[in-house]
Design a protein around this ligand. Sequence first.
Ligand SMILES: [Zn+2]
Ligand SMILES: [Zn+2]
Length: 278
Amino acid sequence: MSEDKEMVFVNKTGRWFVWDPCGITCAVFTYGLLVYGVIVKFTVVIPAFPNYLTWINALVFMLLVFLAITSHVKAMITNPGIVARESATEEEIIERNQQGENLKYCKKCRSIKPERAHHCSTCEHCVRRMDHHCPWINNCVGEFNQKYFVLFTFYVMLVSFHGLATIVVFFFFCLSTEFNGCDAWLPGPLIFVLMILGVFEGFLFILFTCTMFWSQVYSICTDETGIESIKHEQRERISWKEALYEVFGSPCSFSWLNPFVPPPSLVMYLKHCTPMNV
Ligand SMILES: [Zn+2]
Ligand SMILES: [Zn+2]
């Protein structure tokens, strides 16, 4: 138990952090890639074309980066829906099941495993409606933070499309002016390298986030998590509308896109929160 405790930090306000070196490295790397896009915007694009359209373009880009980073931080430090440990012994569960109940038991957590919960070996806890453990957000994707994860993939997808489109437009503008003024702040060869890296990063991010975003939307709408689809678990499903409301809140509104609005399950949890045995 004492060894397990070192892996995570959690408190009753719903804050949580996984001390996984691999996950922390991936999270920092993600921030680095987003900051790289901002640096290119301010050192290459704006100095070359310092007009109001470029500034509007930069502001939109900054807003998308801000929303992407906010969603990421929220996804990373929100308790994904952990189940309290040591809530029952195996003997108790066997006895209750013999009396007609149908309870699942997690030997690692020594607790009752609620329906749709799965044990994560990285977080060392059972997590409610666990979809998968994602090193890029250094956390599990579960009932309480799935909205933030979906928003993170959505905003990074928009940042990538925006960044890639800007590089293409920048290149053709420079071509039309025979590269006059395009190297306002930085030398031409360095700009070329930055652009190539930007295109590479943009394509990679688009590939990754499009795949993740649409697979998450599909998984929510079909009311089947990643783990359930792998295990072919059979159970009664709710409609796609109800499933979306469960993750993003009801009714459909702009709050779905707002990473500062917590998902309904997290609000409920925080309302009835008691100090947890973790
Ligand atoms: Zn467990
Ligand atoms: Zn996990």
